[in-house]
Write a protein that binds this ligand. Structure first.
Ligand code: SAM
Length: 228
């Protein structure tokens, strides 16, 4: 799952989803960048790359009425769980860089996954190929400040232009602070009892990722991109 967002953006969370409100808010915040998604979501086709266990597909179906969803993740275990969690989605287990499809989509979605790929540039080029002429590419991830210029240059090299960019560190940091205490109370209160890799894996307030997001050495950016 993603790090979540707790901030100014507000979405009405269904009662059964209250525990995942921060994850749902991050996805919704991103999806809301697509013009008219609330009115026209039902007729839109979406591909999500790096879909994890299907949380984003659940949000698209249950909060945006999107029916035509394809979702890809490297982890076959994640894909297996996602298929059970969200029915009527075409789930595919594949590396983001290897994946190809003939189909063109209205929205290509990629959240908090690309920092693990062997090449962001190759991925952006693939993403552009999957887009219809007027499609939106929603891209959100953690990017080192020192790499920001290079990453944004890769958009242009891939035939993409930035329509909107938003840095949401505060909302993500807030989410980690609230949820680290709630979900991992022992690791939060007694950090020295747990090895660093545990803090990194769960992204507690004692992890490097949290510290870098808080200091803004790493930016959590959400982009709306279109074809050049
Ligand atoms: C932090 S999770 C985020 C999942 C989901 N996007 C979300 O926001 O809840 C990162 C996901 O990226 C996937 N991933 C990592 N490397 C990948 C790759 N090379 N190709 C496709 N998916 C990959 C992981 O399996 C994992 O499910």
């Amino acid at each position: 799952m993603n790090l979540g967002f707790m901030g100014k953006y507000a979405v009405e969370i269904k009662t059964q989803d209250k525990n995942d409100a921060h994850h749902i808010s991050l996805y919704s915040k991103m999806l809301d960048k697509v013009p008219q998604i609330r009115e026209k979501g039902k007729s839109m086709s979406v591909i999500e790359i790096g879909c994890g266990r299907g949380g984003g597909c659940y949000v698209m179906k249950n909060y945006f009425d999107i029916c035509d969803i394809t979702a890809v993740d490297l982890s076959s275990a994640n894909i297996k769980l996602a298929s059970k969690f969200v029915p009527d989605v075409e789930f595919i287990s594949c590396d983001a860089i290897e994946f190809t499809t003939e189909k063109k989509f209205d929205i290509v979605l990629n959240l908090e996954s690309s920092h693990r790929y062997s090449s962001r540039l190759s991925f952006f080029k693939k993403a552009a190929l999957m887009m219809k002429e007027d499609a939106c590419f929603l891209f959100g991830d953690m990017i080192r400040k020192t790499e920001l210029e290079e990453v944004e240059k890769m958009f242009t090299q891939s035939g993409l232009k930035i329509i909107e960019v938003e840095t949401i560190n505060e909302g993500v940091v807030n989410s980690i602070e609230k949820n680290s205490r709630k979900q991992y109370p022992l690791a939060t209160r007694f950090p020295f009892l747990f090895p660093r890799r545990i803090h990194s894996f769960f992204v507690t307030i004692h992890s490097q990722a949290y510290k870098r997001l808080k200091s803004k050495d790493v930016l959590y950016n959400l982009y709306l991109l279109k074809k050049l």
